[in-house]
Design a protein around this ligand. Structure first.
Ligand code: ADP
Length: 465
């Protein structure tokens, strides 16, 4: 039966494959000469035989180095898109698991899939999360990371020089990578992607303007001049916000003014707000930290991209950005369990307020997320997902409406207790995350997961509904 199980597993859809990646080099702007290096990588795929015949070694791995948002991921996709090969991706912070062996087995599965669907690009985001020099982290978390790193080294060596699977990894910290990773045949090629300069910013704005109804006389130079220090991700955002501005005013073209206004909003979001008291900063930090600390316990919500308390466009408080893997991989559907997890995360700010400030010092900071939880709980009950009320039909009867609310409230209460339990269990982690947030205002995915690794006490706790 072992063979049968194995065969069944082989038939599984590749989990790490990103479908429909259709990025081309023309979608990535402001690269200058870097583009030539990337064109060469494409040739390793398209003219692999020629390289091999001439005895040229094809690199096993390419390291894209640079700050967040400069387009490293976009570039890796463009390489796959230009070469016409499959694109597999994973974020290295997903490797950082508390259970020994999980990270390593994910790496193995990733490369197995990439090989079965070769030629392919494997993209590993934030390699430093797993590739930091061994021995730097003590404790069992460190052991687990070492196992994952070793597995990655084995996989890299397996493809050395063959050019059927090329790994591209991104990092902002090439300096802290384990030396074994950058040895010849592994990540032996580094490409630095800096923040764009003035001309680069003009080009990036223009790439994103391509698909938008821009006024003919838009002054890109003016916008580029006032966005010094911004990266591609922020510039892309400016064009989006400008488009929203236009629609709101009922106009049909995006003007220079729309762009300048959007740039100001983006800029303001980047700056610390000086008028917040330290008490407020702390309160917001507890609010955001609580969501992140609870979310990291749940498989579909734990892929946290960053945690911030810096006010951003349209958000008075901070926010935690989670990539919803469930939504991405299941075509928009949430499972019953992940909906409960979502409700629990939305209740975390309220639970944290109670734990850290006490019942009589509650603020209203959690009002919005508590609302989200309430409406998600109603969806849960109305959809017949609640065990107690299986089946939809009963609930469409008018005099049952009250019953729906009662059941939704029961679910909210259960999830609330669960959020509280997780937070109590992670007081130390909460304290350090809050402290770092107050100091730095934002934590990258890597910062956050390093703290989780050191101080987290994670346990998946299925809600008992
Ligand atoms: P990184 O991987 O370096 O953190 P991403 O590739 O994820 O950055 O960038 C996020 C988004 O920002 C991209 O999908 C794209 O819309 C925009 N962007 C970033 N850099 C560029 C660039 N050089 N040219 C065009 N768009 C860019």
């Amino acid at each position: 039966s072992g063979a049968r199980v194995r065969r069944a597993q082989n038939k599984r859809l590749p989990q790490y494959l990103e479908r429909g990646v259709d990025v081309k080099f023309t979608d990535v702007a402001g690269l200058g000469k870097i583009r030539l290096e990337l064109e060469e990588i494409v040739k390793f795929f398209t003219h692999g035989e020629m390289y091999r015949r001439r005895g040229v070694k094809i690199p096993g791995g390419i390291l894209l180095c640079g700050p967040p948002g400069v387009g490293k991921t976009l570039l890796a996709k463009a390489v796959a898109g230009e070469a016409g090969v499959n694109f597999f991706s994973i974020s290295a912070s997903q490797f950082v698991e508390i259970y020994v062996g999980v990270g390593a087995s994910r790496v193995r599965a990733l490369y197995q899939e990439a090989k079965e669907n070769a030629p392919s690009v494997v993209f590993i985001d934030e390699l430093d999360a797993v590739g930091r020099e061994r021995g730097l982290i003590k404790g069992s978390g460190g052991q687990e990371r070492d196992a994952t790193l070793n597995q990655l080294l084995v996989c890299l060596d397996g493809f050395e020089g063959r050019g059927e699977v090329i790994t591209i990894a991104s990092t902002n910290r090439p300096d802290i990578l384990d030396p074994a990773l950058v040895r010849p045949g592994r990540f032996d090629r580094k490409i630095y992607i800096p923040k764009p300069g003035l001309i680069g910013r003009i080009e990036i704005l223009q790439v994103h303007a391509r698909k938008k109804p821009m006024a003919e006389d838009v002054d890109y130079m003016a916008v580029a001049s006032m966005t010094d220090g911004m990266v591609g991700a922020e510039l892309a955002n400016i064009v989006e916000v400008a488009a929203i501005n236009m629609i709101r005013d009922g106009r049909t073209e995006i003007t220079t003014d729309d762009l300048l206004q959007a740039a100001q909003i983006e800029e303001r979001g980047m700056l610390d707000r000086k008028d917040r008291s330290s008490e407020t900063w702390k309160r917001v930090a507890i609010n955001e930290a609580a969501m992140a600390v609870v979310a990291v316990n749940f498989p579909d919500l734990k892929n946290i991209q960053f945690v911030t308390i810096a006010p951003r466009a349209g958000r008075e408080l901070g926010y935690v950005r989670m990539k919803m893997d469930a939504i991405k991989y299941n075509g928009g559907m949430l499972t019953r369990q992940s909906l409960l997890d979502h409700i629990t995360v939305q209740l975390a700010p309220r639970a944290a307020d109670e734990i850290w400030f006490g019942e009589d010092q509650l603020s209203t900071i959690w009002a919005e997320t508590a609302d989200n939880a309430r409406s998600a709980a109603r969806t849960f009950v109305l959809g017949g997902l609640s065990e107690k009320h299986h089946g939809l039909s009963n609930f469409w009867i008018a005099d049952r409406i009250n019953e729906i609310d009662v059941e939704a409230l029961r679910i909210v209460n259960l999830c609330y207790e669960r959020a509280k339990e997780i937070l109590q269990q992670n007081r130390k982690l909460m304290d350090v995350v809050v402290e770092e947030l107050v100091e730095k205002k934002s934590l990258s995915k890597h910062d956050f997961f390093s703290l989780v690794e050191l101080h987290g006490s994670l346990k998946p706790m299925p809600a008992n509904i």
